[in-house]
Design a protein around this ligand. Structure first.
Ligand SMILES: [Zn+2]
Length: 51
């Protein structure tokens, strides 16, 4: 069962899509289902810096 709402993500990884966009891939903290989220470049860079 997948959560429909956006939840906290764990094991998050920033990936670059074929189109050159940024995406966060991770797992739902609640049920462990795979989820991804489109990021703007700014968001992606901010997340990368956190690591
Ligand atoms: Zn879930």
């Amino acid at each position: 069962m997948k959560c429909k709402e956006q939840r906290e993500m764990k094991d998050m990884q920033i990936v670059i899509t074929a189109r050159g966009g940024y995406m966060a891939k991770g797992k739902c903290v609640k049920c462990g289902c795979g989820m991804c989220k489109i990021l703007s470049k700014d968001q992606a860079e901010a997340l990368k810096k956190k690591k």
